[in-house]
Design a protein. Structure first.
Length: 201
């Protein structure tokens, strides 16, 4: 079986990528266990820039191919300056990196302010980099999802919004799906694009 290093320590992202790449027989491994990794500042203006920056940095550091992903969230009805965009994991005016629970509290209040239920979509930027400088990049934009201020009890570590995000197709919170349902959901969300990225891997 082939293995790819995913440039993240976020367990939810690793599970998501593994679910999408299972049909190709590719094992996804995160950055845990690697030493002397660079600290990558995600200061790009787009998710694509951040994904490319992370893939290049980690690829050069470990000397093998690396997959990286960055994403942005765009909520229907919000002004451009109100959009979470690529700063989904940050809270305006909050000096430190917020915890999952702090993010849940912030987004719950945001959705409540706008009637309690909103729709929106994610944009996933995926970059595969090789030590020789070669890269492949692709953007995945899954169908709209429903966001609600009613937070379910279950949590996915590293993906806090899955506790207030509903799949319109199944009407289920993503955090409450079974593993099989989540795998199918993530395959449908980014699977086609990830598999295209790895077509000649």
């Amino acid at each position: 079986m082939k293995e790819i290093i995913f440039g993240t320590t976020n367990p939810a992202k690793i599970i998501q990528a593994q679910a999408a790449l299972d049909p190709l027989g590719i094992v996804v491994r995160g950055l845990v266990g690697f030493e002397n990794l660079p600290k990558v500042v995600e200061d790009g203006e787009t998710a694509k820039e951040n994904a490319r920056k992370k893939a290049f940095a980690y690829c050069q550091a470990i000397g093998q191919s690396v997959l990286s992903m960055d994403n942005g969230l765009y909520i229907d009805g919000l002004r451009e300056d109100e959009q979470p965009g690529i700063h989904t994991g940050r809270i305006p005016g909050f000096p430190a990196r917020p915890s999952d629970e702090e993010l849940i509290k912030y987004y719950s209040a945001l959705f409540e302010k706008h009637g309690g239920k909103m729709t929106g979509h994610w944009e996933f930027a995926l970059c595969l980099a090789w030590p020789d400088g070669k890269t492949k990049e692709i953007i995945a934009i899954p169908p709209n999802r429903i966001f609600t201020n009613h937070v379910c009890a279950k949590r996915l570590a590293g993906y806090p919004l899955e506790s207030m995000q509903i799949d319109p197709k199944t009407n289920k919170y993503i955090a409450e799906m079974t593993k099989e349902e989540q795998d199918k959901f993530w395959q449908e969300s980014v699977g086609r694009e990830l598999q295209e990225l790895f077509k000649d891997f």
